[in-house]
Design a protein around this ligand. Structure first.
Ligand code: HEC
Length: 196
């Protein structure tokens, strides 16, 4: 995007072509920050305590919470993919532990939802996710509702093509983001001490 034609490997460039072309990623992840800043339903799994929505209060209705419009149910803002390789887990509630699984979700949202394995999530410690937190994923009716809202049609990509997209996504990492200690200010307006 800065015009440097040599900054990416052949595989990553193939991934970029897929991202912009057959993968249709850029219909939503568009522009310099790979986001249209809009809200879309892509049937992302729902785990964790939710936001108090639904029969048992463990759903998150997403954009509908703000607009009160039922047609916005399960829509979430397209996230920027800048530095995405550094920010696992993925999805609004961290449902997918790695880039491959969240990309595969996009290729077949309904299928991915049905075969979703909450035990594979990456949580701070193994006790962080209780069986209640995976309850939404046990409810077949709700899964059907989530899947039916998805705006994404199935896309068929080979394993090699998925790995090319992953290579491309790694190119969105700014090496300067690996260590942000330099951003710590020398002092803050409150005058309170800054810890190391
Ligand atoms: C219909 C719009 C749409 C399309 C097309 C789309 N995405 Fe997404 N993507 C989203 C939305 C919305 C989310 C966040 C959903 C959520 O959290 O519930 C997301 C999440 C992601 C994430 C997780 C980011 C994070 O920080 O959690 C990745 C990675 C991603 N998309 C990559 C892709 C790739 C690669 C493609 C193409 C194969 C693609 N997307 C196609 C809308 C889209």
């Amino acid at each position: 995007m800065e015009g440097d034609q040599d900054c990416m490997s052949k595989e990553a460039r193939a991934g970029l072509d897929l991202f912009l072309g057959r993968g249709q990623c850029a219909t939503c992840h568009s522009g310099r920050f790979q986001t249209d800043h809009r809200f879309h339903a892509i049937a992302m799994p729902q785990i964790g305590p939710g936001k108090g929505d639904g029969e048992y209060g463990n759903h998150d209705f997403g954009r509908e919470r703000v607009t009160k419009n039922e047609s916005d149910r399960y829509k979430f803002r397209t996230p920027s993919l800048r530095n995405v390789a550094l920010t696992a887990p993925y999805g609004h509630c961290g449902a997918y532990p790695d880039l491959e699984s969240v990309i595969r979700h996009h290729l077949d949202p309904g299928g991915s939802l049905v075969s979703y394995n909450a035990a594979a999530t990456r949580m701070p410690n193994t006790n962080a996710l209780t069986s209640d937190d995976a309850a939404v994923m046990q409810d077949q009716n709700l899964l059907g509702e989530l899947a039916s809202q998805s705006e994404i049609d199935r896309i068929s990509l080979t394993d090699k093509e998925v790995s090319q997209i992953i290579d491309f996504l790694h190119c969105l990492t700014d090496p300067r983001s690996l260590n942000l200690l330099r951003d710590i200010p020398a002092r803050v307006p409150s005058g309170l001490p800054i810890s190391d």
